[in-house]
Design a protein around this ligand. Structure first.
Ligand code: UDX
Length: 447
C-alpha cells in the first residue's frame, strides 16, 4: 500500500510540499489552523504568488474538475492522525519580538496537538527551520504524549526551497537531508522521496543535530556570500572599482562560483535575516557564540546597504534633504517572482526616503497588496510608467524581468529627470545611457 502523507501548516513550505507529494503519487491531507487558508486551498487557490503552485494544486485538489483528487485539506487533528503514515510539520518559526531567537511556539503547538492523537505507527517529520537541539527535545515530547508510544517516531528533514522556485525545488531538490534515529525512519523517507532520488537527487542521512545544522549553515553561507560581495562593493565605491566586473572575474574560479555574488541592497525575506540571527542566538546558548560572531558582521554589512542606497539617492539629487523630491521606486518584494515583502530591502529604502520627506511612489508587479498593507503611507502606482511620471530619480530595487524589459526611451519621456539608480546591479547601463539617462549602480562608481 502506498504511504499516506499529511502536511501540517500550509504556508509557502507546506502548501508547496503538499502539492508536490500529491504530484509524486501519494494521497495527501493538509492541515492548517487558519480556516480561510483551508477554504482557499480547498478551492485550489493559493494565498500567495508562487509560480506554478496554483496549477499543481488544481491538478490534485479533490473536488476540482479533472483533478486526481489525491489532495485534501482539513482542520481536524484526529483525522490527520488517523490518516497519515508520515506527517510533515511545515509551520513557520519567525523571529521573536525584541530577540534574535526564533519563536518555536508554532512548531511546539503543532507537535503537541498532533501527538495526542497518534495511536498508530507513524513517522513525524520536521521540516521547519529550527534551532539545533529542537528535534531531540520534540522526540522526547512525542514519546511522552503519543498513545502509540515508541511506534511513533520523529525524523528531521530540512527544506531548502527558494521562493519563486518553490515547486521546482520541491519536485527536483538538489539534495535531500534526513536526520533519523532508526532504519525504519530512513526506509520510510526513502520511500517518500523515491522519485527524486531515482532522478538523481542525493540522499544524505545524518543524526538530528547535523540535519538541523545543515539548514542554518547553508543559509548562513549564502548570507555570507551576499554580504561578502556587498563589502567588496563598498571598497569599490571607495577605490573607484567596478564590483560587477569583480564578481564576474572571481566567479570564474569554480571554487568561488558565480552565483549569489550580485551586489546591491542586500538580502531580505522571511528566511536569511531571521535564520542567521536565530543561529547566533542558539550558538550563544550552546556556549559556541565565538564561532558565529562573524554573522553579526554579515548582518550589519547587509543592513548597511539599505542606508547606502538612501545616501546614493540623496547624493544623486544634489546632496540636500529629500523634502519635495519625487522618487520612483521600482520593486517592493524582497526578490523577484514572489509577492513576499517580509523584511524587504526595497520597501525599507522606500520607507526611509518617505520618512525623510521624499514623495515616494512604488510599483511592483506582484507585491502591491502586501506592500500597501505593510506601508500604507507610501504612494503607489499601477504601472512602472505611472510610478516614474514626474520623478526626479528612479530607484530600481527588485530585479523583476519586467524592469529589465522597460523601454528607457519611453520612460524618459515621462520622468522629470533621467536619473536611474540600480540597487540590484541588474539593468544594462549602456541601454539606459543610450536613451539619455544618468545611470548609477552600487559599487560601480565608474561603470
Ligand atoms: C533562502 C534560501 O536560498 C533557501 O535555500 C532557503 O530554504 C530559504 O531562504 P529565499 O528566502 O527564497 O531562500 O531567497 P534567496 O533566493 O536565497 O534570496 C534571498 C535574498 O538575497 C533576496 O533578497 C535576494 O534579492 C538577495 N540576493 C540574492 C542578493 O542580494 N544577491 C544575490 O546574489 C543573491
Amino acid at each position: 500500500m502506498a504511504l499516506k502523507i499529511t502536511v501540517i501548516g500550509t504556508g509557502y513550505l507546506g502548501a508547496t510540499h503538499a502539492a508536490a507529494m500529491a504530484e509524486l503519487g501519494f494521497e495527501v491531507l493538509g492541515l492548517d489552523v487558519v480556516p480561510e487558508k483551508i477554504e482557499m486551498l480547498g478551492r485550489g487557490e493559493v494565498p500567495m504568488f508562487e509560480p506554478g503552485l496554483e496549477d499543481l494544486l488544481r491538478k490534485h485538489v479533490a473536488g476540482i474538475e479533472g483533478s486526481t483528487g489525491r489532495l485534501r485539506f482539513t482542520m481536524d487533528w484526529a483525522e490527520v492522525a488517523e490518516f497519515g503514515d508520515v506527517h510533515f510539520v511545515c509551520v513557520n518559526t519567525p523571529q521573536k519580538h525584541g530577540e534574535y531567537a526564533c519563536d518555536m511556539s508554532y512548531v511546539d503547538a503543532a507537535v503537541e496537538s498532533l501527538a495526542k492523537h497518534l495511536s498508530r505507527p507513524c513517522l513525524v517529520v520536521g521540516k521547519s527551520t529550527v534551532p539545533v537541539g529542537s528535534a531531540d527535545r520534540l522526540a522526547a515530547r512525542l514519546l511522552e504524549l503519543a498513545p502509540g508510544g515508541a511506534e511513533v517516531e520523529l525524523a528531521w528533514n530540512p527544506e531548502f526551497l527558494r521562493e519563486g522556485f518553490a515547486v521546482q525545488d520541491t519536485l527536483h531538490p538538489d539534495r535531500i537531508v534526513v536526520g533519523v534515529r532508526s532504519e525504519r525512519a530512513e526506509k520510510l523517507l526513502r520511500e517518500v522521496y523515491a522519485t527524486p532520488v531515482a532522478a538523481g537527487s542525493p540522499f544524505v542521512v545524518t543524526d538530528f543535530p547535523t540535519a538541523e545544522l545543515v539548514k542554518t549553515s547553508a543559509n548562513s553561507f549564502l548570507a555570507t556570500k551576499i554580504s561578502f560581495i556587498n563589502a567588496m562593493a563598498e571598497v569599490c565605491e571607495a577605490a573607484g572599482g567596478d564590483v560587477a566586473k569583480l564578481a564576474e572575474a572571481i566567479g570564474h574560479d569554480d571554487r568561488i562560483g558565480k552565483k549569489f555574488l550580485r551586489a546591491g541592497i542586500g538580502f531580505g525575506g522571511g528566511c536569511l535575516p531571521k535564520d542567521i540571527r536565530a543561529f547566533m542566538a542558539r550558538a550563544g546558548e550552546l556556549g559556541a557564540d565565538q564561532a558565529l560572531t562573524f554573522l553579526r558582521e554579515i548582518d550589519s554589512i547587509n543592513m548597511r546597504q539599505r542606508g547606502q542606497m538612501v545616501e546614493l539617492a540623496r547624493e544623486a539629487l544634489g546632496g540636500g534633504p529629500f523634502l519635495g523630491k519625487r522618487v520612483a521606486v521600482l520593486g517592493a518584494t524582497f526578490k523577484p517572482d514572489s509577492d513576499d515583502v517580509r523584511d524587504s530591502p526595497a520597501l525599507n529604502v522606500a520607507g526611509q526616503i518617505h520618512l525623510q520627506g521624499g514623495q515616494v511612489t512604488v510599483y511592483d508587479p506582484k507585491g502591491m497588496t502586501n506592500a500597501r498593507r505593510l506601508f500604507p503611507t507610501l504612494g503607489y502606482a499601477d504601472t512602472a510608467t505611472e510610478a516614474v511620471r514626474g520623478a526626479d530619480v528612479v530607484l530600481h530595487l527588485t530585479e523583476w524581468r519586467e524592469f529589465r524589459e522597460l523601454d528607457p526611451r519611453e520612460l524618459g519621456e515621462v520622468a522629470a529627470t533621467r536619473l536611474i539608480l540600480d540597487g540590484r546591479n541588474a539593468l544594462d547601463p549602456e541601454l539606459w545611457r543610450g536613451a539619455g539617462w544618468t545611470y548609477r549602480a552600487m559599487g560601480r562608481p565608474t561603470a
